[in-house]
Design a binder for this molecule. Structure first.
Ligand code: SAM
Length: 382
């Protein structure tokens, strides 16, 4: 149980980090100085495999990965360092080296030449190379902005994007402009709910079922509710489509009001729900039966009644366009310009309902719209 280097995808490293921390709550995360590379301590290999399969923002883990700044570093010195790493971390079976860059090139350092030299080193150590189907991959990543290298035996798919290709919202049988992209939906489910075995997930206003599809495909028990029967039918159709008509028995969509979760969820779920993901109605697509702010407050109160002790809540909210902040969360006391209502009132409401705001991130949707991703945790009851 040594360290692993978690390598994060580029679309929003700060959100990806929050997601991985939520999935590995018992592991200490330490910065390496590169936004997309974080060290996590002491996780079991089997648990790491789960995280790799479930996560949206995690690219791969590098076992005891070596991070080096190329400033003032000689290539021969770096190769010596990697030789020592390979001796200290022997593997059996066939091997290959894969190299990729992020955020541009590192001047005067050629990743393909370094990868070739690593391959030669592995050959000299008696390893047989199989470029097509190796048992082990040695990953070499070059980070342009910090001119740093990360290298180590890889777990996961590496450079590949989060595989949501066929599940893109526009490909589903039931599509509405409100449909969330699978990449964000998966991340929000993980951020809210933490490790898979913590408990079920609830999407109180499921719409076309974006969160539900991702929760269910990652093996979580989940229920989505919607007040409109058209949405309930549509989300059920999408869920069946995502599972090739074999929807697991622990995933379902029901018609009902997000403000009455305590009456609508199975009795066995009351006090056990680990995560809530909520993308409430707004603007022209709003079909809410009561004022948007009252509806949100009532949904938070209801969620608190069925939440487990350390449940998480992720709320997605539209905001006027703001500079994207992919490298860090925003300070909670920032003056944020919501499309509806005031940010300070919203935070006060969340706290009043028994939830503690933990972090907020911003993401660009298009030129005239951004969105906020607010993460809160169930506050202890008095
Ligand atoms: C913005 S949409 C959700 C979009 C969803 N995340 C998706 O990927 O399709 C909000 C949904 O909330 C539903 N809704 C509004 N009021 C509700 C209530 N009181 N209880 C449950 N659902 C409600 C609306 O019918 C709408 O489908």
């Amino acid at each position: 149980m040594g360290d692993v280097l978690a390598c994060l995808r580029g679309w929003h490293p700060a959100l990806a980090l929050a997601e991985v921390k939520a999935l590995l709550p018992d592991s200490k995360a330490t910065s390496t100085g590169v936004d997309r590379w974080w060290r996590f301590e002491g996780e079991q290999a089997s648990h790491r495999q789960d995280v790799l399969e479930m996560s949206s923002g995690l690219q791969c883990f590098l076992i005891d990965g070596v991070v080096a700044s190329t400033e003032g570093l000689l290539q021969s010195g770096w190769l010596e360092q990697m030789k020592a790493y390979l001796h200290a971390h022997p593997v059996s079976g066939t091997v290959a080296v894969r190299a990729w860059k992020q955020g541009g090139k590192i001047p005067n350092w050629s990743l393909s030449s370094l990868a070739g030299q690593l391959g030669g080193m592995l050959g000299d150590m008696g390893r047989s190379i199989d470029l097509n189907d190796p048992d082990h991959v040695l990953a070499l990543i070059g980070d342009g902005p910090t001119a740093s290298l990360a290298c180590g035996w890889m777990e996961g798919d590496g450079q590949a994007a989060f595989s949501s290709g066929q599940r893109r919202a526009g490909e589903r049988p039931f599509f509405k402009p409100v449909s969330l992209d699978p990449r964000l939906a998966r991340l929000a489910v993980n951020l809210a709910s933490g490790p898979k075995n913590r408990g079920p997930v609830v999407d109180p206003m499921t719409g076309t079922g974006g969160f539900l599809i991702e929760a269910s495909l990652s093996g979580r028990a989940c229920i989505g509710l919607d007040i409109h029967s058209e949405m309930v039918q549509g989300a059920s159709m999408n869920l069946a489509w995502a599972h090739d008509d074999a929807v697991p028995s622990n995933s379902s969509v029901i018609r009902g009001d997000a403000t009455r979760l305590e009456d609508l969820l199975p009795e066995a779920w009351v006090g056990k729900v680990a995560g809530f993901v909520l993308d409430p109605p707004y603007g022209r697509n709003s079909h809410g039966s009561i004022e948007a702010e009252q509806l949100l407050e009532a949904a938070f109160i209801s969620a608190r009644k069925v939440a487990c002790i350390d449940a998480g809540f992720v709320l997605i909210l539209p905001v006027h366009p703001m500079t994207p902040h992919p490298m860090a969360s925003l300070p909670l006391d920032l003056d944020i310009n919501l499309l509806n209502g005031s940010w300070t009132d919203l935070l006060a409401m969340v706290e009043r309902c028994g939830w503690t705001p933990l972090s907020v991130h911003a993401e660009r949707v298009h030129r005239s719209l951004s969105r906020l991703i607010l993460h809160a945790r169930c506050a202890p009851q008095d």
